[in-house]
Design a protein around this ligand. Sequence first.
Ligand SMILES: CC1=C(/C=C/C(C)=C/C=C/C(C)=C/C=O)C(C)(C)CCC1
Ligand SMILES: [Fe+2]
Length: 527
Amino acid sequence: MDVIFGRNKEEHPEPIKAEVKGELPSWLQGILLRNGPGMHTVGETQYNHWFDGLALMHSFTFKNGEVYYRSKYLRSDTYNCNIEANRIVVSEFGTMAYPDPCKNLFAKAFCYLSHTIPEFTDNCLINIMKTGEDYYATSETNFIRKINPHTLETLEKADYNKYVAVNLATSHPHYDSAGNVLNMGTSIVDKGKTKYVIFKIPSSVPEKEKKKSYLKHLEVLCSIPSQSLLHPSYYHSFGVTENYIIFVEQPFKLDILKLATAYFRGVNWASCLSFHKEDKTWIHLIDKKTKKDISTKIYTDAMVLFHHVNAYEEDGHVVVDVISYSDNSLYQTFYLKNLNEDLEENTKLTSIPACKRFVVPLGFDKDAEVGTNLVKLPSTTATALKEKDGSIYCQPETLCEGIELPRINYDYNGKKYRYIYATEVRWSPVPTKIAKVDVLTKKKLIWEEEHCWPAEPVFVPSPDLKEEDDGLILSSIVTSDPRKAPFLLILDAKTFTEIARATVDVDLHLDLHGIFIPEKDLNAEHE
Ligand SMILES: CC1=C(/C=C/C(C)=C/C=C/C(C)=C/C=O)C(C)(C)CCC1
Ligand SMILES: [Fe+2]
């Protein structure tokens, strides 16, 4: 399994023409741009965790029925420092590194004594974000890095913290129909407070400002105080509906004192995260108009959640679909020592991901008796019980089990929807199938092939979209059999039948997330 997880991948910055089998629809023009870890050792040193790997971006460009592949390492300060020192000198999620004192660009790391919050890495390996005409590689720290989506070249480094007081931010922003970005970040012990901040980056700025960063126009929408100053929740994504922003404050928390002292203690950042299974999970609904949390306290049992699937409003309720776990074994599984040796044995998740639907009633009868189920939607078995103190206790409906890396037709984001596209995983974190889940009938369509490990499936709507699933699914497929070349799989989203595959003779890396950029959104100047 070393082949798939732990081995360094070569970059291919020049386009490589893929061999296309099948016929690509003529409307499929644009770039599938994805991100993920590609380098796991530098010189003699090794990262401990798969999420530590240096960001390797790759892209599939669709042009007139042809497909071109490229890949390039993000030239982050982290990458440059490591390569120059020929060892890991910047700490990542699962690896604490001790810098090379002479050549370290992260000079501030030495000021940790005067800073509660250490200087974090700019190894943006998780996703790609679009702000106006700009594209950024992103992770969960305050740093994001502009890139050229055509050539994958690395451009300016940006620091969210210059525009909004956050130390962490998600790599799963939302976009409204005008393309404005909505994201969330955590402001740790700033002016004596720890809070979650929701902010917006506009999709357009005055013409004369275009050369500057859209981040300069970032606007804070609202903030939610953390329940605890030194133990804010960790979160990897959030949800939106037409009128609300959904933030799940889970008992999977960051310990700020541990974080501040991790460097001295010689432990990694990951060890500063812990799951408090005796605590509750709070569901916050922030009204976009009033910019405030709704007054009712809503909670559910302890859980760990990384990915929101979608959320929407229906007949006075907010429906929130997420992929959740009953513990934090997922992050534990991705230590390379577990992934490289006896994969099957070491990577058994102690809880499998389940797609859960929570339903929160909005305008319910305040005089309802304690214990009443306030959910009045006939389509769900999810309940919301009124408690003595006026709070609401939600119990979810399980929509399906064993899926991760969910995607939807994004035109349905925040709206009532029917289909989830995801990878299928069971007791191991390695996806072997792609699934389409119909949340209405709970029926599943599956794509699978021997020795194939699919990446997050991306939905691309067809230009004459009439139904939610009129479109294509793109998923890059890594193969575990060295005799079988990797490929980009193109499925008909409706039937899940193969339309085409574009095979590339490269050592493709297993990635995390990405976006499809339709040709109309690509600025030809950058080419
Ligand atoms: C470096 C660093 C972090 C990195 C987290 C990462 C890299 C998370 C990746 C998550 C993924 C890929 C989840 C997939 O479901 C923290 C803990 C935010 C805070 C401390 C510094
Ligand atoms: Fe993610």
